[in-house]
Design a protein around this ligand. Sequence first.
Ligand SMILES: Nc1ncnc2c1ncn2[C@@H]1O[C@H](COP(=O)(O)OP(=O)(O)O)[C@@H](O)[C@H]1O
Ligand SMILES: Cc1cn([C@H]2C[C@H](O)[C@@H](COP(=O)(O)O)O2)c(=O)[nH]c1=O
Length: 211
Amino acid sequence: MPGRPRRHHELNFHFSTMAGGKTAEILLDEYRKRDSGWNTIIAKPEGDSKAGTRIQSRIAGGMEAPALLIPEKGDAGEFLRREIANRLGASAVWEHPWLIYVDEAQFLSPEQVKQLATGVVDADIATIEAYGLLNDFRGELFPGSAALLKWADRKIQIASACERGGCGQVAVVNARLVNGIVTTEGPQKAIDGIEATYSALCRSHYLSEIT
Ligand SMILES: Nc1ncnc2c1ncn2[C@@H]1O[C@H](COP(=O)(O)OP(=O)(O)O)[C@@H](O)[C@H]1O
Ligand SMILES: Cc1cn([C@H]2C[C@H](O)[C@@H](COP(=O)(O)O)O2)c(=O)[nH]c1=O
């Protein structure tokens, strides 16, 4: 894409347990950046079926915004480069920097994370702020999150409290509940509110509730 100024772009990974305020932060930050002249895109992996083609926070009864779906197959970097080229054809300008937010980034594959790092950030196209979970309901890293820990320029924790009443410890595991009981059985992916329910728990509560 000729004619654009060179910038120093970054890939940043913001992580928290569930309901840590990740989507809320994207919505607030994207509004501020767009308002001050940045070209912004909100995207998420198409594997996240919650809220369809939108991202949705629990805050304020479901604050939300439209999101571009990153296809499961194909080169994620090329997909976003093409999207920016299309938007440049319409109204956007290179003088204003590009910023891409990716929500639910734990559902990216490791290959997609690398494609975004090399094909978008290192290609001087845009900064990417990826938001997601570190670990699944068993406490294991999601493969996409492991790749983000490997490749991201900055790793930023959004700490949140254990959901058990009065606990106050930092939540470290997203426990999956079946009939209110913590389970360690099942597939890694199960969408909240559709296929499963979850509680963000501190280490002690998680370990004491595993059956
Ligand atoms: N600015 C805020 N005002 C009120 N609640 C907030 C704020 N930021 C985060 N929260 C908390 O975060 C939750 C929203 O989480 P959400 O954006 O859905 O998180 P995530 O995307 O990490 O799952 C709310 O339920 C609330 O407890
Ligand atoms: C722990 C865990 C979570 N998921 C799913 C459940 C939700 O749909 C998303 C996380 O959403 P949030 O915006 O961070 O609340 O991930 C999963 O599929 N598997 C898991 O182990």
